[in-house]
Design a protein around this ligand. Sequence first.
Ligand SMILES: Cc1cc2nc3c(=O)[nH]c(=O)nc-3n(C[C@H](O)[C@H](O)[C@H](O)COP(=O)(O)O)c2cc1C
Length: 357
Amino acid sequence: MLAPVPLFLAPMAGVTDLAYRLLARECGADVTATEFTAASGLSRDNAKSWAKVETDPRENPFIPQIFGGIENEMVETVRHLSESADVVDLNFGCPAPKVTKTCAGAAMMAEPDSLVEMVKRCIEASSSPVSVKMRLGTGSNSINVLEIAERCAQIGVLRVCVHGRTLSQKYRGEADWDMIRQVVDTLEPYNVPVIANGDIVDAKSAARCLEVTGASGLMIGRAAIGNPCIFAQIKSELGWIDSDLPWKESEAHAKYWAWNRYVELVDEIGSDYAARNMKQHAISFTKGLPGGKELRPFLHAIKDFRKLGEPLNLAFEAYSNRVHNTLASPDAIEMAKAISAAEIEAGIKKWRPTVKS
Ligand SMILES: Cc1cc2nc3c(=O)[nH]c(=O)nc-3n(C[C@H](O)[C@H](O)[C@H](O)COP(=O)(O)O)c2cc1C
């Protein structure tokens, strides 16, 4: 058996909100982080940016992730966040043009000296440990993750997470786990753990990635979208846990349990902002399941997507109990239709979460 390592839920904008992070932890993720949040927004006290880094006593460790190209803004934001965070994570991996055009995210890898100086000053300003997440470099001719990761280890980062692609690859091609292995070997003398990220989708790929990279932890992103139970499934298949799971064996029941729990967590958190991604989550949960395609238009028609919980619950309940072999159960569709008809009657427009300033 492979020795167990912690499993991380990858930070993902529009996905890893607080409710989803708490859900992922109940589903076996050991570590979660907020989606990346602009240091420019946080340092200017933008209420929406601060809402993105909300947490809850159950989230332990609490790891806000920030990005930015302006050193002073990053330093001040780390100083502020580190008062309540267990770890502050710095993003040097985002390939989105709106981020890289400000020389932030993965674009920072083109400026190793500035990146390392920024990390150094953030560590000095922080009252909590600082970790970094990066790609391999900006392109196939400029792979410099070994140099940057080593310099970050020398100045005292807590850990380095590596997504095995370059900036120019975005999400294309395959993650290069051999390269991640080289980062692991390079950082070994510094005793700084490396977390491997990219293309882990199930127990088989998790085991393979661990064998190839020898990493201290594995981070899972896209495969956890709409599928938070992946963490326990991997641990269970690799023999890392033998406790009873809260859901029955089938994928259908796992989704039913997880959707129910997600809706409960949104309610428990209670803020409008907690529900902001409910529609995306609802759509993701139904992807790839029989009847999902037929059900989705009725879910899309609901304008206040805080009301999506019940019809989708009904669909998952019928599907997982094998009352229907499809998610498009007549009861769920009728309920979704009744909700959108009532909204039209009441003149309700698309719901938007409000953020308290
Ligand atoms: C929708 C989406 C949003 C993402 N947002 C972030 C983010 O906010 N911060 C970050 O470091 N990476 C972000 N990523 C990258 C992931 O954290 C991860 O590095 C990448 O998806 C590769 O892992 P995977 O192959 O397991 O998906 C995002 C990825 C996706 C698909």
